[in-house]
Design a protein around this ligand. Sequence first.
Ligand code: HPA
Length: 270
Amino acid sequence: MLEKIKCAADYVRSQVAEMPKVAIILGTGLGELVNHINIQKEIQYNEIPSMPVSTVEGHSGKLIFGNLGGRYVMAMQGRFHYYEGYDMKQVTFPVRVMKALGVETLFVSNAAGGMNKDFKVGDIMIITDHINLFPENPLRGKNYEELGTRFPAMTEAYSHRLIKIADDIAAEKDIRVMHGVYVGTPGPTFETPAEYEYFRIIGGDAVGMSTVPEVIVANHAGMEVFGVSVITDLGGKDITEVPTHEEVQKAAVQAQPFMTEIMKELVARI
Ligand code: HPA
């Protein structure tokens, strides 16, 4: 694994002159952020040794390097989901490569179904914590001390410092933001009403099929993390609307300008 990470990082270094300290995983709801990046270089995933290639509709696969709001960043356009069949090491491989390149701060976004009764479709939820319900932890197996400690703490998986800055930005710009706990599930099924209810009872506010693996690995690697969800549908025992992929995409597009605004400003202020 160490050799694969090194090869991938060496390849990226051979293509890009300067390495950023900030990386952004452009999940659902943040795709448009790429239009605000003054792009200097793009690398297709299939050029990078050992990098998986993404399959989901609406996600292309490339690393983008450029300037966002005055800061030099790397953006990952197209991420790897466990439900696509990748194993946890593949899902989190790009985060390992980012770390090897010198990235210190990771931003992630996703679409999620809301269980919190105060949430509305289109809301933005700053992730304050997560519950890992994936069947496997990405750190399972041999631990490489070079990458991080065997038993990493997850006490502050989402940086309180960055949450505070994001809250300030949202208040200044009059953008409604909620806070909540993200429940990470393998998917690809949306939840049954009983499952949404269960996730709410165990302390979840929103549920989705990504983010948790990458955030675990980023924490293992000592990165500071900020995550945000766009609430694209609501679930629970009294809710009869059926979530569809199209609806999820539509709600994400609506929230996108606000997500973009917060992220752009946050990247500038960290
Ligand atoms: N459940 C799981 N993943 C999701 C949902 C959901 O309701 N909405 C968007 N991604």
